[in-house]
Design a protein around this ligand. Structure first.
Ligand code: C6P
Length: 410
């Protein structure tokens, strides 16, 4: 990506001009949430100023306009991930709610005591705790795929975990800590050969690569708009129609019913059966502007630029930061670097970096079982998006060298 293109991209994100402690912000916490281009915020403004009316309810014009805007998003998302039908696109609050929906609805209806499901040790808590909550009620067994020293899933163990009782596997497409890109297609193929349903947590994949849910073989695929330059409060659950149709509603309320009486209630068709209550229709309507941004920039260009930043930052860290420990060194890795500076506490490192204007995340990253497997309490994590630059990587590494010398007296 040339400098002019990069500057044009950056100009669309006003937050990148702000300062922290009198230094220009270097935002490297894109895995937690990415920043939002002006057009998305303008779309939200426009809806509040011109088309705010509740959706799917009014016969009056602006209600229909608001409904159309929301439903256009559903069509865009359908095409974006190559779903077969817009009925397979459910709006949720985020990845977390999307996975809870599957666990509660599919799991609640189809899992029973004695069944087994397979998760991996690199899962975000959003793909562990919903299954445990259900397990407490039902009593099935959870098996866990371990990682090797590079932070890749051990596929031999994965294969060996399947039994006659395996009903479902649920795993992340990309690790939010290690950056590892998992071989979803191969893992889905193996799961399907055992008759298991495949749930994929796509929160960290969709911002960085093109995703075709049918090509991957995912039965369910969950992701969040706010990690892909879109508004907060919007998540997507893709589910194969046949599975969604067989599932009971997740929540009850307005909009998800066909007819309600005290003698009995019938439910709306897909996707509305799973969308009880007033959705976040204004943010949903703004989401396509984020997809426009990604489309105009080009996913290949985004991926190549992020890979360049990852390689550049990793090489500088290894050669210039004595004692640095990097967690996650898979050859197929997205632009996330989790690390520790010698024995320094991750929190101290993060706080000192913040004083130098560098925003990174510290802690367990909602992946405590992974931290346990890595033998650490937490890490520092720098993660990149398309608007980051090599100059920002330089600032980050220079700051890291300083912080390292303070904390480790190097
Ligand atoms: N990870 C991070 O800093 P929500 O909060 O529902 O939008 O996404 C949850 C989630 C699910 N799966 C994965 C792989 C994730 O990385 C996340 C969010 C952020 O790593 C916040 S903890």
């Amino acid at each position: 990506m040339d400098n002019a293109q990069l500057q044009y991209i950056r100009s669309q994100f006003p937050i990148l001009d702000r300062t922290v402690y009198n230094r220009q912000l270097v935002y490297l916490d894109n895995t937690a949430t990415s920043q939002t281009p002006r057009r998305v915020v303008e779309s939200i403004d426009a809806s509040y100023f011109h088309t705010k009316a509740n959706v799917h309810r009014g016969v009056f014009s602006i209600s229909q306009e608001a409904t159309d805007l929301m439903e256009q998003t559903r069509l865009r998302v359908r095409d974006y991930i190559n779903a077969a039908s817009e009925q397979e696109i459910i709006f949720t609050r985020g990845t977390t709610e999307a996975i809870n929906l599957v666990a509660s609805s599919w799991g609640g209806a189809f899992l029973k005591d004695g069944d087994e499901i397979i998760l991996t040790v690199m899962e975000h808590h959003a793909n562990i705790v919903p299954w445990q909550l259900l397990q407490n009620r039902i009593g099935f067994k959870i098996k866990v795929v371990p990682i090797n020293e590079r932070g890749e899933l051990d596929l031999d163990v994965y294969r060996s975990l399947f039994t006659e009782q395996t009903r479902l596997v649920s795993f992340t497409h990309v690790s939010n800590v290690l950056g590892t890109v998992n071989p979803v297609k191969e893992m889905a193929r193996i799961a399907h050969s055992h008759g298991a349903v495949v749930v994929v947590d796509g929160a960290q994949a969709v911002p960085h690569m093109s995703v075709d849910v049918r090509d991957l073989g995912a039965d369910f695929y969950a992701f969040s708009s706010h990690k892909m330059y879109g508004p907060t409060g919007v998540g997507i659950l893709y589910g194969r129609k046949e599975l969604l149709e067989a599932m009971p509603p997740y929540q009850g309320g307005g909009e998800m019913i066909a007819h309600v009486s005290f003698e009995g209630t019938t439910f709306a068709d897909l996707p509305f059966k799973f969308e009880a209550g007033t959705p976040d229709f204004i943010d949903i309507a703004a989401f396509p502007r984020a997809l426009d941004f990604i489309g105009e920039t080009g996913m290949d260009a985004i991926a190549a630029h992020e890979q360049d930043l990852l390689d550049y930052a990793t090489a500088r860290m290894i050669s210039e930061v004595p004692g640095v420990r990097i967690f996650g060194t898979a050859p197929h890795k997205s632009a996330v670097i989790s690390f520790l500076l010698g024995e320094a506490h991750h929190y101290d490192t993060g706080m000192l970096l913040d004083k130098l204007g560098i925003a990174v995340r510290t802690g367990h990253h909602c992946a405590q079982p992974l931290m346990q497997a890595l033998g650490v309490e937490g890490t520092v994590r720098a993660s990149f998006a398309v608007y980051n630059t090599r100059e920002e990587v330089d600032k980050f590494i220079d700051a890291l060298i300083k912080v390292n010398s303070m904390l480790n007296r190097i």
